[in-house]
Design a protein around this ligand. Structure first.
Ligand code: CU
Length: 280
């Protein structure tokens, strides 16, 4: 085997080993649930059925891409080793091969169809809001979020980043609180400029646009704290308006609602007086 061929085979071996290590140590090993972790390179851990689907679709695509890349690499290695000028001094004059042309057209088409089907299934899962157990309205403002609970006594409160809370830049003074295993419909709007309501662990990301009411949903399958961030550049403190959601059981949620009704009773109720739209 030629020197170049050996070098290429060596490279291919390194790529294979690296891929193997990546796949073995990947998955949820580093992916912490609810918040980002240091040196994280994988998707955040899933806390909702939609995110479960996003993770498995992402993994499916990764395996497919790795397989295609290795296949092309193998073809390149074969060409370099078998058909270089020294190993193959008299080149073939073949210009056409009907079978191979049909195959290299059909196989990519089939692969794309195989990607399209689960991709559309996932889009429909994200966009068809199931019958909701609870509706929460999230309003993006420069630079914090307000959460309103129209089903639970029509209270509304502001959620600002808390300097003294952990995790840094994600902790807030008043968290959004939701019950576990319930379909939460989130209606999202902006009060001043465009913001975006995003929570990676729930697979949620939707624009908060003034004058418009966008709708998304999630069903948290685990209790605990989950963090997201405004995901549309909205001004100088865009980086400092985190989204913090506390997922609790039904009893804890009921008692939180009782205390929240009292705590936020004097809050601004303009959300309920007017329909969607800017409140200032
Ligand atoms: Cu923003």
């Amino acid at each position: 085997m030629s020197r170049v061929g050996r070098q290429l085979l060596g490279l291919a071996t390194i790529a294979l080993v690296a891929t193997g290590i990546t796949l073995v140590t990947g998955g949820t090993a580093f992916a912490e649930l609810g918040q980002p972790a240091p040196w994280e390179w994988h998707l955040q851990g899933s806390g909702s059925p939609v995110m479960d689907n996003i993770v498995s679709f992402h993994n499916f695509l990764s395996y497919l891409i790795i397989a295609i890349t290795l296949f092309v690499l193998a073809l390149l290695v074969i060409v370099v080793v078998k058909f270089n000028a020294r190993a193959n001094p008299v080149p073939s004059r073949t210009t056409h091969n009907t079978l191979i042309e049909v195959v290299w057209t059909l196989v990519p088409v089939l692969i794309l169809v195989g990607i399209a089907v689960p991709s559309f299934r996932l889009l429909f899962l994200e966009l068809d809001v199931p019958k909701a157990d609870l509706t929460i309205k999230a309003t993006g403002k420069q630079w914090y979020w307000s959460y309103a609970y129209p089903d639970n006594g029509k209270f509304e409160f502001d959620s600002l980043m808390a300097q003294d809370k952990q995790p840094r830049l994600l902790g807030v003074d008043n968290e959004m609180v939701v019950p576990v295993n319930k379909v939460i419909r989130v209606q999202v709007t902006g009060a001043d400029v465009i913001h975006a309501f995003a929570l990676p662990a729930f697979g949620v990301k939707i624009d908060a646009i003034p004058g418009r009411l966008n709708e998304t949903w999630f069903k948290a399958t685990k209790t605990g704290m989950f963090y997201g961030q405004c995901s549309e550049l909205c001004g100088k403190d865009h980086a400092f308006m985190p989204i913090a959601i506390r997922v609790v059981n039904d009893q804890e949620f009921a008692s939180w609602v009782e205390s929240a009704k009292k705590k936020y009773a004097s809050g601004d109720t303009s959300t309920f007086a007017s329909a969607a739209g800017p409140t200032q």
